[in-house]
Design a binder for this molecule. Structure first.
Ligand SMILES: C[S@@+](CC[C@H](N)C(=O)[O-])C[C@H]1O[C@@H](n2cnc3c(N)ncnc32)[C@H](O)[C@@H]1O
Length: 222
């Protein structure tokens, strides 16, 4: 799921000096498209699918501050962080789209977090997309996709330890699709000194609608 307007707003509130935004797993570049509004000096996307990379380079060719790098994030992320670079925001969204049997290569989240932990002082804000989707699927025992290669306890443990005792690590809900197909998902947000307001009433109404009203309305309308 691309970065929501609400998340974009919160990134803008939390990051004032915008040097580098880095995204792993870029697909069609919808999140990068959103992020361009925030005027980061540099925007880097890592994408392993060469066909997507070709399209992305084409799509962003006019933007001199956007760099699309072809390859696997579990290798390239470390190469980038080793350089003299400060990543204000890293959006971790590299998963799935598996075109061969090598599922493990398409589930790099734990490796990515371990790399970021090594270079934590060069990173201000880390956002993991699809957190609820991953956690729910692991709870129901889905083991035959990229999700099955993950371990939610390990993800949580490393996420909570990145900035030591100062680490803030919390789930931030979001809702998407139109009202008949409304869905819930979340980001896991990691950082320190973060100011993230939760829209409690909006969340409550959406969850209530998805759990109790959506099916009734769909039955009634079909
Ligand atoms: C959910 S899509 C990304 C959507 C995109 N971030 C957005 O918000 O518009 C996941 C992408 O991750 C890519 N991917 C999967 N495993 C990867 C890896 N190990 N390294 C880099 N990209 C990966 C897939 O090819 C796919 O394009």
């Amino acid at each position: 799921m691309p970065i929501t307007k609400q998340l974009k707003y919160l990134i803008s509130k939390n990051i004032k000096n915008r040097q580098t935004y880095l995204e792993t797993g870029v697909f069609k570049g919808e999140s990068i498209n959103e992020i361009l509004d925030l005027n980061f000096e540099s925007v880097i996307g890592i994408e392993c699918n060469s066909e997507y990379v070709k399209n992305l380079k084409n799509k962003f060719s006019k933007f001199k501050n956007v760099k699309i790098i072809s390859g696997f994030s579990q290798i390239l992320l470390e190469e980038i962080l080793q350089k003299n670079i400060h990543c204000n925001c890293i959006y971790l969204d590299a998963h799935g789209h598996v075109s061969n049997n090598n599922i493990e290569k398409h589930s790099p989240l734990l490796s990515e977090l371990k790399i970021i932990k090594k270079y934590y002082n060069k990173v201000d804000l880390i956002i993991i997309d699809d957190y609820k989707f991953i956690a729910d699927n692991l709870t129901t025992g889905s083991t035959d996709s990229w999700i099955g290669k993950l371990n939610i306890e390990e993800i949580m443990a490393i996420s909570k330890s990145i900035y030591g005792s100062e680490t803030q690590c919390f789930e931030y809900k979001y809702f998407y699709r139109s009202f008949r197909k409304r869905m819930e998902n979340s980001y896991l947000i990691i950082g320190k000194d973060l100011k993230f307001k939760t829209p409690h009433l909006y969340n409550f109404l959406n969850i209530f609608y998805i759990k109790f009203l959506k099916n009734i309305i769909n039955k009634f309308l079909s």
